[in-house]
Design a protein around this ligand. Structure first.
Ligand code: SF4
Ligand code: SF4
Length: 335
């Protein structure tokens, strides 16, 4: 993240706005991935599920998304689902309109269908393609978005690969290296990001990394970033995987990102995972990236995180005109 982006985000927070917005633009997805959080029973808090929501299509979806964006005025918009490419016709109209508003747009997809050719030339647009490991495992977990189909559908594009590392992957030595060796030489691949699988509280799934596997993944990512320049993960970010936020209250990402589901109204809380995520096992790259920013000390003294916390408080007070200010946060200034 550039310094200018941090300053712009800080300005938004002081205005009582969250600088980042994520919209689940459709409830539909042709995949049935094991461990998918979006379709979990508790994703929207337990009252209803993503599949149970009414969603939009056509001009109603275009108008609805623009309306949400104009009200929130985010700097960064993540378009997720379901799979956003289910609504690729609407996105072909929406994406240029969103970019014209000065918003950085990220579309997270399985690439189960071809990515529109025009998107390869659009600045400030990130296409993040989710790939769950090497071909053998991925093709079982993510059919019909198989390796062959992804390779065909990203031809001529410039995409970021996002791989969620699971316990199963860490049980095979050299897995992450083999993954990078397959994908990074390809010209369509701009960057690669790794997240670690994030469970819900109480989950008992084979995807969950043991503490030893988590430590090993961190150590491997540290080494692999030197070998593969397309692994776009700073050391300061990778270090954060060792000490994830203890709760949503401590998570800068959750505090600065609004998430809205497919009816364009229902909020997803406390973060994009919904439900009751196990923060102590969080492996979300976005959360770790912002934790790394928060960890940075201004002038070597004041952690950016303390400043952000105070700013979230000040912004919240400012946006609640007429309301009594909440108690100030506990600021710990290091001398
Ligand atoms: S592609 Fe994404 S939304 Fe669809 S099932 Fe897989 S993880 Fe869930
Ligand atoms: S992003 Fe991770 S740390 Fe932040 S609230 Fe969600 S699960 Fe917790």
């Amino acid at each position: 993240m550039k310094k200018s982006d941090v300053l712009k985000a800080w300005g938004r927070i002081l205005q009582g706005r969250k600088p980042s917005l994520s919209i689940e633009i459709t409830r539909e997805c042709p995949l049935r991935c094991p461990g998918c959080y979006a379709y979990g029973d508790e994703h929207l808090g337990g009252g209803t599920t993503l599949r149970g929501l009414s969603d939009y299509r056509g001009q109603a979806l275009i108008d609805g998304v623009i309306d949400v964006v104009d009200r929130h005025k985010p700097l960064h918009l993540s378009i997720v689902g379901g799979d956003p490419l289910v609504r690729y016709r609407e996105l072909e109209t929406l994406v240029p309109q969103l970019l014209a508003r000065g918003v950085h747009v990220q579309i997270v997809t399985s690439a189960f269908r071809a990515i529109p050719a025009d998107w390869a030339r659009l600045p400030h647009l990130t296409i993040a393609v989710s790939i769950d490991g090497l071909r053998e495992e991925h093709d079982v977990r993510r059919a019909p978005a198989t390796y062959d189909r992804i390779l065909k559908n990203i031809a001529g594009q410039s995409v970021t690969i996002h791989c969620t590392v699971t316990g199963q992957m860490m049980k095979r030595p050299g897995y992450l290296r083999d993954f990078l060796a397959f994908w990074t030489p390809r010209p369509e691949i701009r960057k690669v990001w790794f997240s670690l699988f994030t469970p819900q509280v109480g989950d008992d799934l084979p995807e969950i990394l043991t503490p030893a596997e988590r430590a090993e993944a961190i150590s491997q990512m540290m080494a692999l970033r030197r070998e593969f320049s397309k692994l776009d993960m700073a050391e300061s970010l990778i270090r954060q995987f060792a000490t994830p936020p203890r709760s949503p209250e401590e998570c800068v990402f959750a505090k600065t990102t609004e998430v809205v589901s497919a009816d364009l109204t229902t909020p997803v809380t406390p973060c994009q995972f919904g439900g009751t995520p196990d923060c102590s096992s969080c492996g979300c790259i976005a959360s770790m990236g912002l934790a790394a920013v928060a960890d940075h000390k201004l002038g070597g003294v004041l952690p950016v995180g303390a400043l952000l916390k105070a700013s979230v408080w000040a912004g919240g007070w400012r946006s609640e005109l007429g309301a009594a200010p909440p108690p100030p946060p506990k600021l710990k200034v290091l001398h």
